[in-house]
Ligand binder design. Structure first.
Ligand SMILES: Cc1cc2nc3c(=O)[nH]c(=O)nc-3n(C[C@H](O)[C@H](O)[C@H](O)COP(=O)(O)OP(=O)(O)OC[C@H]3O[C@@H](n4cnc5c(N)ncnc54)[C@H](O)[C@@H]3O)c2cc1C
Length: 450
C-alpha cells in the first residue's frame, strides 16, 4: 500500500503531525502506525490516574484510533510495531504485536515520532514483577491494579525527577510509606540548593522519606523486596524505577543521531535522511538561548515539534523557535517551576552570569490564602538579559511563564522589574515577586545605569 505520509508512533508528536499535515493539505493520504492499542493519550496525566484523581484511564485518551480516523482524516494502524525501514525504496515494514503478521507500506514522506522508553538500570533482581516503570496507560493500570489488589504498604521510588516526585504523592494518597531515592544531592534534575531544600522539606512534611546521595546497588526479591543501597538497605512491597528515559531511535540506524542517541533534526524537523522528519521524545530540539541541540523530552515540545513537522511534510517551511526547558510540577501543596538556564549552566555557555534569590508572598500578605514564593532568577551581568528562573511555593505557574515569555522577548532584568502585570490583592502583592526578582537582579549588573 502507498501513502503520501507514513507516521511511526502515535502519541503527542505523531498525532499532532498527522492532524496538522491533513489540516494543511486535505488531499494527503496519511497512515499512522502505533505499537500500542492506545493512541493520543495524555502521558502527563498518568500519575493522577494512579493517584485516583483521574478515575478512568479512558479520561486520558484524547482520541481512539477510530475517532482519529473519522475526525482528523488520518488512517491508523494500532498494535503494529515498525521493525525496519528501507530508506532506499521508501518502504516501512510493520509487524502485528498480536499475531506477528507483517505488512509493508510505501511512503513519500516519513515521520518518526517513536518517543522514548524508561531507562532500566542493569541491576540484579530488577526483573521482579513488583518492580514497575510508568510510561504508558498500560503501565499505570498495572500499578493501580497492584495497589488495589495486593495492598502494598511501602514503595521505593528510584529516581527523584519529575515522575518520581509526582508518583510520591500518588503513592502517599493510597497510604503507602514512600522512600524516594536519588543519587544526586538534589531532586528534579537541576533544582538549585535553596529551591531544593524547600522541595525536600515539602516531601518530608508529607510523609515521603527522601534519600539523597544514595545509589541503589541491587534488589533482593523475597516475601518483600530488599533494596540494597550504598548507604543501607530498606525493605518494601513494591518499587518504581524512574531514572529517566532514552529515545526510541535504535532501528533508524542510518539516520544521524545526536545527544543521548536522539535523532538529529533541524528547526524544520528534517533529519539527515531525505524526506524523513522527526519530532518529540525521540528527537533533539534546539535550545532558544544557546542555539545548541538539547535532549529535553517534554509533552509540550512534542506537540509543537509534531505540529511543525506536519505542516512541513505538507509543503510548508515552518521553523521551530526552540525551547527553554520550561516545566512545572505540583508537590503536594507546593508548586515547582523552572525555565531557561541556571547561573551555573549559563556560565558553561560563556555567559558572565549571576543570580539572585528572593522570597516574597503569592498574594498581598493580608489576603487569605497568601503563601510564600521563592524565586531564583539568573541573568547576564553584562547585558542584563534574563537567562532563567526556578521557583517554588504558591502560584508559581503564571510567574514562571512570565519569565519564559520575557526570555523569548529578549527582556533585561530592568525591563522585567517594571512590567505592567495585572494586580489586585487577591492575586499578588503590589510588587509581584517576579518584578521584585528583576529589581534585585538589577543591583548586580555591570552597567552604569543600574
Ligand atoms: C508519568 C509521566 C508524566 C509526564 N508529565 C509531563 C508533564 O507534566 N509535562 C510535560 O510536558 N511532559 C510530561 N511527560 C512527558 C510526555 O508524556 C512526553 O514528552 C510525551 O508523551 C512525548 O510524546 P511523543 O509522541 O514524542 O512520544 P511517546 O509519548 O513516547 O509516544 C511514542 C509512541 O510511539 C510508539 N512506538 C515506538 N516505537 C515504535 C515502532 N517501532 N513502531 C510503532 N510505534 C512505535 C510508542 O509505543 C509510543 O506509544 C510525562 C511523561 C510521563 C511518563
Amino acid at each position: 500500500m502507498k501513502y503520501d505520509v507514513v507516521i511511526i508512533g502515535g502519541v503527542a508528536a505523531g498525532t499532532s503531525a498527522g492532524a496538522s499535515a491533513k489540516r494543511t493539505d486535505s488531499s494527503l493520504d496519511i497512515l499512522l502506525i502505533q505499537k500500542e492499542r492506545f493512541i493520543s493519550y495524555g502521558g502527563c496525566g498518568l500519575p493522577y490516574y494512579v493517584q485516583g484523581i483521574v478515575k478512568n484511564i479512558d479520561d486520558l485518551i484524547e482520541f481512539t484510533p477510530q475517532e482519529f480516523r473519522e475526525k482528523k482524516g488520518v488512517e491508523v494502524l494500532p498494535e503494529h510495531e515498525v521493525f525496519e525501514v528501507d530508506f532506499e525504496r521508501k518502504i516501512v515494514k510493520a509487524r502485528s504485536v498480536n499475531d506477528g503478521d507483517v505488512k509493508e507500506f510505501e511512503y513519500k514522506k516519513l515521520v518518526v515520532t517513536t518517543g522514548a522508553s524508561p531507562i532500566i538500570p542493569d541491576l540484579e533482581g530488577i526483573e521482579d514483577e513488583r518492580i514497575f516503570t510508568i510510561r504508558t496507560p498500560e503501565d499505570a493500570m498495572r500499578i493501580r491494579r497492584f495497589i488495589e489488589e495486593k495492598k502494598p504498604k511501602s514503595v521505593a521510588i528510584v529516581g527523584g525527577g519529575y515522575i518520581g516526585v509526582e508518583m510520591s504523592e500518588a503513592f502517599r494518597t493510597h497510604g503507602l510509606r514512600v522512600f524516594l531515592i536519588e543519587m544526586m544531592d538534589h531532586l528534579l534534575g537541576n533544582a538549585e540548593p535553596e529551591i531544593n531544600e524547600i522541595v525536600v522539606n515539602t516531601l518530608e512534611r508529607n510523609g515521603v522519606k527522601v534519600l539523597l546521595k544514595t545509589q541503589v546497588e541491587k534488589f533482593i526479591p523475597d516475601e518483600r523486596i530488599k533494596v540494597i543501597t550504598d548507604s543501607g538497605d530498606i525493605e518494601v512491597d513494591m518499587v518504581l524505577i524512574s531514572v529517566g528515559v532514552k529515545p526510541n531511535a535504535e532501528i533508524f540506524d542510518n539516520v544521524r543521531k545526536g545527544i543521548k542517541g536522539a535523532i538529529e533534526v533541524d528547526e524544520m524537523g528534517r533529519t539527515s535522511m531525505k524526506d524523513v522528519f522527526s519530532a518529540g521524545d525521540c528527537a533533539v530540539v534546539k535550545h532558544f538561548i544557546t542555539g545548541e541541540n538539547v535532549y529535553i523530552p517534554m509533552g509540550t515540545t512534542a506537540n509543537k515539534q509534531g505540529r511543525i513537522v506536519g505542516r512541513n511534510v505538507a509543503g510548508r517551511g515552518e521553523r521551530f523557535i526552540g525551547v527553554l526547558g520550561s516545566s512545572i510540577t505540583k508537590i503536594f501543596d507546593v508548586e515547582f517551576g523552572r525555565t531557561g538556564l541556571t547561573e551555573e549552566e549559563a556560565r558553561k555557555f560563556g555567559y558572565d552570569s549571576g543570580s539572585v534569590y528572593i522570597k516574597s508572598s503569592s498574594k498581598a500578605k493580608y489576603y487569605p490564602g497568601s503563601g510564600p514564593i521563592h524565586i531564583k532568577l539568573s541573568f547576564d551581568k553584562e547585558t542584563g538579559k534574563i537567562l532563567g528562573a526556578q521557583m517554588v511555593g504558591s502560584s508559581v505557574h503564571r510567574r514562571v511563564d512570565i519569565v519564559a515569555s520575557a526570555i523569548y522577548g529578549g527582556l533585561t532584568v530592568e525591563e522585567l522589574g517594571y512590567l505592567d502585570l495585572a494586580y489586585a490583592p487577591s492575586f499578588s502583592p503590589v510588587w509581584d515577586p517576579v518584578l521584585i526578582s528583576g529589581n534585585v537582579a538589577r543591583r548586580y549588573l555591570k552597567l552604569d545605569n543600574r
